[in-house]
Write a new protein. Sequence first.
Length: 211
Amino acid sequence: MAKEEQEKEASKDNEDMMASEETYMTSGVHIGTRQKTADIKDFIYKVRNDGLYIIDVKKTDIRIRTAAKFINKYDPSKILVVSVRQYGQKPIKKLSEHTGISILDGRFRPGTLTNPTSKGFVEPELIFVTDPLADAQALHEAKNIGIPVIGLCDTNNETKYLDIIIPTNNKGRRALALVYWLLARAILKEQGKIKKYDDFAFPVEDFEAEI
């Protein structure tokens, strides 16, 4: 393929994406860990000289939109997004503010989904986990009651029990802010509350956790 055609193809790919590759990379969405599970290999672009696995952000972008379409099938109040990780807690609060989705930030009390007598018991129809490792309690309870799960997955995550995987750095402050910001825009677009992504007037910085 001629260089000009390659540039046109690259330009078209970026036009189709919710955010440019540069935006994803500036936020560190592409930075994985030095571990790679077999489940995530299809989402890895390359391995760096220092041993870090690099995530294909084009696939991240596609999966955010896929997740938004799936989420739109449910009443927002019947969706529960969880984050034990500190850097995920402000992003999910902002997601909730803009979309009406329920959240549980901080410690996930055992029995929250499975024990009706448990303090804070809830009955969601869909769970979204920020990290399948950190949010393992929520993931296993969702599996036990048979509801679908969406998860942000880094290169070291296993994906069993997940119905939709969004490949991303799920530990970085700015990476989590960008992914949840993009998800909020995509959900609102699916709901018909905005016509195009740029109609979402709130900056990604609003989603960033304090250092």
